[in-house]
Design a protein around this ligand. Structure first.
Ligand code: NAD
Ligand code: MG
Length: 395
């Protein structure tokens, strides 16, 4: 039997968190949950504590923490309840934890994800925003503290699976010509530019293939998600931007590909279900069972491919620009995007204003060099302020 893995799941009540717990449930002899964390979904957290009996549960704010604490006591559960960002950092770096699933959404995930890397953990990275905002310094921290970084994002997990085991950061050395990063194209793949003006949050969140949290669903609809993933791939695999080709593949069956200098293209395929990449990373080096159905090739019938349209989806181009600019620019892009997505979800601005706001913020906030996490957080703060100012100027 393999030795038991001791887990902290950051963002356990979200889409990735729930899928992780689903995989864990099937393998009680492999995994033990030490800590779970959430923003403020008390009911979901209470239920998870009932089922998984973690040693710690962390809520973001004191109010939610105190309410959960009361409910946990009443239910007679021994879980210790904590709250605040410091507590998130604490459970990400506990000595008794070896593996941390980083599945908080957005910039809010950066501090605990850094804490896990600094503590040398096995970091399962779903929170792509950490790499977008702070790619260089995050990769340095991973190296310095001998952490292990495993990609959960389905595309990056597919690339990881299609690279040779001895890959250590030099694509040319293992004969890679380029990376083909697949994208579903989102719910508006075939919509005209004019029709995008009227799009509602409900339409934007109705992804054709994946069921995900709201923020990443809107990112998929604008294709910012693919832009963020280009930046993510750049840092994870040390890939120059021109070596990353985005390929629209509406069926989301091929999760990404690696092309080698001999002309071979290796791909990872599967049903679009995040439990596959999660199980891959949790089980490594073993393959472990999930309830993901077999891929029915006859039902799928055909696989299609298209080039991305930068005109209808300007967010993709903005992400490439941010990657080329470097320094604090990707953090500025990310912050502006988070404010824009939130404002769109609250119906404070139209879908098509998302790239406009991001571009404005990228132009207004000046690029700085990044030497530390503090520098990143400062750029994030400044960009958010500028985005909010821009939004206020609209009304
Ligand atoms: P989600 O919104 O479903 O869940 C987010 C989780 O983070 C929840 O547990 C929530 O309580 C917690 N959270 C939110 N704000 C927080 C804050 N300020 N402080 C602390 N905790 C907070 O999101 P998701 O879809 O599970 O995505 C999580 C991450 O994984 C994102 O970075 C996303 O880009 C990435 N990802 C998701 C998918 C997917 O299929 N859902 C696929 C690839 C990558
Ligand atoms: Mg993805």
């Amino acid at each position: 039997m393999p030795s038991i893995r001791h887990l902290t799941i950051l963002g356990s009540t979200g889409s990735i968190g729930v899928s992780t717990l689903d995989v864990v449930t099937r393998h009680p002899n492999r995994f033990q949950i030490i800590a779970l964390t959430a923003n403020h979904s008390i009911e979901k957290m209470l239920e998870q504590c009932r089922l998984f009996r973690p040693r710690y549960a962390v809520m973001l704010d004191k109010g939610s923490g105190e309410k959960l604490q009361m409910a946990i006591r009443e239910a007679g559960i021994a879980t210790e309840v904590m709250w605040g960002v410091e507590s998130l950092e604490k459970v990400a770096s506990l000595p008794e934890v070896d593996t941390v699933m980083a599945a908080i959404v957005g910039a809010a995930g950066i501090r605990p994800t850094f804490a896990a890397a600094r503590a040398g953990k096995n970091v399962l990275l779903a929170n792509k925003e950490t790499l977008v905002m702070a790619g260089r310094i995050f990769m340095d921290v991973v190296k310095q503290h001998h952490a292990t970084l495993l990609p959960i994002d389905s595309e990056h997990n597919a690339i990881f699976q299609s690279l040779p085991h001895h890959f250590t950061g030099d694509l040319a050395a293992v004969g890679v010509r380029r990376i083909l990063l697949t994208a579903s194209g989102g719910p508006f793949r075939q919509s005209s530019l004019a029709s995008l003006e009227q799009v509602t949050p409900e339409q934007a969140c109705a992804h054709p293939n994946w069921v995900m949290g709201k923020k990443i669903s809107v990112d998929s609809a604008t294709m910012m998600n693919k832009g963020l993933e280009v930046i993510e791939a750049h840092w994870l695999f040390n890939a120059a931007p021109e070596k990353i080709q985005v390929v629209i593949h509406p069926q989301s069956v091929i999760h990404s590909m690696v092309e080698y200098v001999d002309g071979s293209v290796l791909a990872q395929l599967g049903n679009p279900d995040m439990r596959t990449p999660i199980a891959h990373a949790l089980g490594l080096p073993d393959r472990i069972e999930t309830e993901v159905a077999s891929l029915d090739m006859f039902k799928i019938g055909r696989l299609n491919f298209e080039a991305p349209d930068f005109k209808r989806f300007p967010c993709l181009g903005l992400a490439y620009q941010a990657l080329a600019a470097g320094g604090s620019t990707p953090a500025i892009l990310n912050a502006a995007n988070e404010v824009a997505v939130e404002s769109f979800l609250k119906r404070r601005m139209p879908f098509t204003a998302i790239p406009i706001m991001i571009e404005q913020v990228m132009q207004s906030v000046s690029r700085k060099d990044i030497a530390s996490l503090e520098d990143v957080l400062e750029a994030d703060r400044e960009a958010r302020e500028t985005a909010h100012d821009w939004l206020s100027s609209l009304v």
